[in-house]
Each structure stands twice: as C-alpha cells, then as structure tokens.
Design a protein around this ligand. Structure first.
Ligand SMILES: C[S@@+](CC[C@H](N)C(=O)[O-])C[C@H]1O[C@@H](n2cnc3c(N)ncnc32)[C@H](O)[C@@H]1O
Length: 335
C-alpha cells in the first residue's frame, strides 16, 4: 500500500510541468514553464483533511502506477481548457449583460439564431405538410410587423409600475414564432392556449389569426390562466380575435365543446398536470389537430400522449440568440 505523502508532487520538470498539492493545507499549485506557454495557478481546496489525504494517496498511487500517462494528462490541461473556457466565458458575458440591461425575472424573451429558425421552419413543414419556404415566410412576419411590435412596446410601457419593473418593452418572440407560423399554416378555427401570463403567446397567436382573417380564414383564440391579471398584452385590436378564461385550466377546458385545431399546453408545468390537460382535451381533437407542449424539454408526457393516441411526435429544441438562457423547446403531436 502506498503511504500518504504530505506533498503530492506530480511534476515533470524536464517538460516544464510543475504540479503539487499539500495534503495538510489543501494548497494546489500548477505551473507551466517553456516549452509550454508560461502559466501559473494556485488554489486552496476547502475540504476536510481526511479527504485531502485520500486525494493525495490516490494521486500518489496513480503516479506510481502510471507516471507517463499522468504527466501526459497534465500537459494536456492548457490546450483542453481553451475551448470550454471560451464557451463558459461567453455565457458569463451574456449573463452579466442581461443582468444589467434586462428587467425580466421569468419567461425570458429573446430571438432565435438564424440556423435555429431554419430548423424550426423545417420542423413545422413536416408537421403541417406545407412547403418549407412558406413556413419560412410566416416566421419572418412577426418581426416585420411594425404595428405588432409597436403594440408590444406600447403595452409594456403603459403597464403599472410593478408589472413594468419586470418586463422589457422590446418585442422578442423566442420559440413562440413557431406557434405563430403553425397558426398561419394550419388556418385553425379554434386555438387554445393554457397559461397566458403577460399574453406574449396570446398576442402572437391573435396576430396570426388576424392575418388569417384578412385572408378569409376566420379563427378564434381561447386562453386560460389562473391569474386574474394575466393577458395584459391582449388589447385592441388583437383581443378581437380571442378571449381569456380565468380559473384553473382543467376546469376551463372541461367547459369547451367545440373541436380544437391547435392546443398549446403552457400552464402548470408539473408532469401530472400536463398529462391531465392532454387527457381533458383529447375528445375535442380531430384528424389534423396539432398539440403543442411547452413542457416537452422537461417531460415525456406529450410524446407518450402522441403514441397512445396514434399521433406522430417531433421535438424542436430552441437556440436563443445572444442570451445566457439555454432555451426550451416545442413538442408537436400531430397526425
Ligand atoms: C409559463 S407561463 C405562460 C407563458 C405564456 N404562454 C407565454 O406565451 O408567455 C405559465 C402561466 O400558467 C399559469 N398557471 C399556472 N397554473 C395554472 C393552472 N392550474 N391553471 C391555469 N393557469 C395556470 C400561471 O399563472 C402563468 O401565467
């Protein structure tokens, strides 16, 4: 059995690598000299002495057993660190920028990367059996619609101070542009969204229904939210195309009688509640109906619902542009 040294020394001085750890104090030193890029790092491991001794004993054993492999691994550290350090650093930069420029505390807003929008168009093209170019053109509409973006900015700017304090007055739609393009492609008569919050999705869905109506395809939006203050973005002229039912979603869904063409689950995000919503609306779905799950990055409930009801399932993973948030996704159950 290898004795526990007080100083674990894994240095390879002939190759300019100096690595030491003190089992008593927890101080770790890493130094690179030529032929490597000079580099020095010292840290104190804040852990209990027994754990330090175990690390040192383990390190000594490894060093005794595989000295060449150990040295090689240490030599590789600087080169291996470059890519992840850049990636993590970029995320930290975005986080710090967001911290001082945004007011949002939940339900973050951002745009999607151009590549991600291309994949979104392809995904919706499969779901709707419409040409990708048609879906791509729908995806550009919300950002190009100055009336819609102005409506968004004006609505946030006119909010009560407590609500305005946690909302940014810039229209950024995230994965919801996919919801919009789906409504434009399907021309639904009834769209139901559970969980309205500010009305971000509601506004966008009503904007899509408004365009459809201008092209001769009438449709209605029904939103549900337990919070009586939900949906403040749903103001004229967009609220002409829908209404919000206040109360528990499942209770509200039980009162619906008409077929649902597009259903969006985005309320209580527990798996059981999500499952219960799909079970509640199942009798109102028909061939061609599309069910969207905004919880699909967390649970498999929509994928399972699709399998149980003879539907296909696709998952789109969103990629936020210039935002620290890793993004959520859209689950699609469709026939
Ligand atoms: C993630 S937000 C919805 C975001 C919205 N779809 C959008 O596009 O921004 C979730 C919303 O669900 C609502 N909610 C939570 N539990 C609910 C329930 N049991 N019934 C109805 N609404 C619920 C919350 O009040 C909240 O506004």
């Amino acid at each position: 059995m290898t004795a526990t040294p007080q100083i674990l020394d894994l240095s390879d001085r002939t190759n300019g690598v100096n690595v030491r750890m003190d089992a008593e104090t927890g101080e770790m030193t890493l130094k690179y000299a030529p032929p490597h890029e000079p580099f020095s790092f010292t840290a104190t491991l804040q852990t209990d002495p027994a754990a330090l001794k175990t690390v040192c004993a383990g390190g000594a054993m490894l060093e005794a057993a595989r000295p060449a492999a150990m040295t090689k691994r240490l030599q590789q550290i600087p080169a291996r660190a470059v890519w992840p350090a850049n990636a993590v650093g970029q995320r930290i930069r975005l986080f710090l920028e967001w911290l001082v420029t945004s007011k949002e505390n939940t339900n973050y807003t951002y745009d999607l990367t151009p590549l991600n929008l291309t994949y979104l168009a392809s995904t919706i093209s499969v779901v709707t059996a419409r040409p990708t170019a048609e879906i791509e053109s729908y995806l550009t509409e919300p950002t190009a619609d100055s009336e819609l973006t102005q409506h968004y900015t004006d609505s946030i700017s006119a909010l009560r101070p407590d609500l305005a304090a946690v909302a940014d007055p810039i229209a950024r739609w995230s994965r919801r542009v996919g919801w919009y393009a789906l409504v434009r492609a399907v021309k639904p008569r009834v769209v139901v969204e559970t969980g309205v919050d500010k009305g971000h999705g509601a506004l966008l869905l009503c904007a899509a229904l408004r365009r459809n109506a201008a092209e001769g395809h009438q449709g209605r939006y029904i939103g549900t939210d337990i919070n009586p203050a939900a949906g403040y973005l749903m103001r004229p002229p967009y609220n002409d195309h829908g209404r919000i039912m206040i109360g528990d979603s499942i209770e509200s869904l039980r009162t619906l009688k008409e077929p649902i063409d597009i259903f969006i689950n985005d309320s209580d995000h527990s798996a059981d509640y999500e499952h219960a919503e799909y079970q509640t609306i199942a009798p109102l779905l028909r061939t061609g109906s599309v069910v969207i799950g905004d919880n699909a990055h967390v649970t498999d409930k929509l994928a399972r619902f699709a399998a149980e009801t003879g539907r296909r399932f696709l998952y789109f993973s969103e990629a936020p542009r210039e935002h620290w948030y890793a993004g959520a996704g859209i689950g699609f159950a469709f026939t």
